[in-house]
Design a protein around this ligand. Sequence first.
Ligand code: COA
Length: 420
Amino acid sequence: CCGYGINGGFSRRFAPTTAAGMTEGGMTAGGMTAGGMTDAGAESQIPFRPGLEGVPATQSSICDIDGQRGVLTYRGYRVDELAARSTFLETAYLLIWAQLPNAQQLQEFEQEVQMHRRVSFRIRDMMKCFPSGGHPMDALQSSAASLGLFYSRRALDNPEYIVSAVVRLIAKIPTMVAAFQLIRKGQDPIQPRDDLAYAANFLYMLTEREPDPLAARIFDACLILHAEHSLNASTFSARVTASTLTDPYAVVASAVGTLAGPLHGGANEDVLTMLAEIGSEDRVDSWLDQAIAEKQKIMGFGHREYKVKDPRAGILQKLAEELFDRFGHDPMYDLARCLEAAADKRLGPKGIYPNVDFYSGLVYRKLGIPPDLFTPIFAIARTAGWLAHWKEQLGANRIYRPSQIYTGEAGRDWQPIGAR
Ligand code: COA
């Protein structure tokens, strides 16, 4: 299944630690010279940066964020252009193989993904044993990890293995998200439909209805917007896991677990809860003042990289408006805009603006998707980015093993239990 070819880099997997740009004499990172990564004295001169803020932890050619101008590019292409003109599978191909596919490559990739959409009845049966009240992200993490049991051959130096793992994960993750949705309602999952494209098929498997073409197109654009975002927490997690040379299913499962937290992917779900709690536009100012006074984080606002409005938030806002024009207005959108305007005055001067999660929930809500599926949908999209990073990591691998600054006690004398 590798007719669409794999883009190099793999032969460097076993290259010595001199990954591109890292010289034997040491590494320069953001103006800090480490002078040799195994030299303990030099390591201690690297200042501790909580959350690794501003510390380069890899080199990557996948995605670039200009956080001052609010520009996001995948492999050099602006994300707004991709969202308007590409499809998600075309974008996934671009992210993973570094080039936009030609017509034949895209057709072959789409066909391969389509052929691998189904999941084993054993996985479906396993999912039926999950508690129906469990969070769909936990179900997804478990089922993604279980793929490693079914496709256990690990051949990381074989390009065909890489392609088949990419295809399986991109194909099966949406099927598993949709399957859990039906299973927890006490229904049997429905099979994918071969005549439907990627986004439309997912919505069909989820709702058991063929979606309106506009809804499918907008959902596909949402997947593009969420597909990749450089070294965010889940992608870092994916790269750390990948660096141990474990299988790609473990890589994606670890990333899913990381994405689930409310400071990362889980924020989109929390935005709707927050808007519901605010309730009406006349309560926005007082609610916000109190939240800021209590040092609460406003969900869907703020970003480590962006000091302006996240470009994806603006695009999602337009997509939401397109949906409202077609399928009816959502008053929660007016509330969200009112909150954005109020937050602009209070948080804008600190560089805190809406991020990708602020408007995505409103789009999904209009598409009839339950809030606790928002983050699993994020995971469907981000699987493309995780796999791109997995492949890139394998191309110049060195296991991640940062240092720490020990702050504990030393030289303690062991005491018998009766003397403690
Ligand atoms: N609401 C209110 N204040 C915020 C804020 C938010 N959403 N995000 C950041 N801030 C403030 C912090 O309180 C802090 O203020 P201080 O310097 O006066 O103490 C300052 O901005 C820096 O915040 P910090 O948490 O250190 O930033 P970070 O880079 O570590 O965190 C996020 C980035 C995304 C985790 C953070 O903005 C956040 O928690 N946002 C809400 C959750 C969310 O929407 N996540 C989705 C991200 S795509």
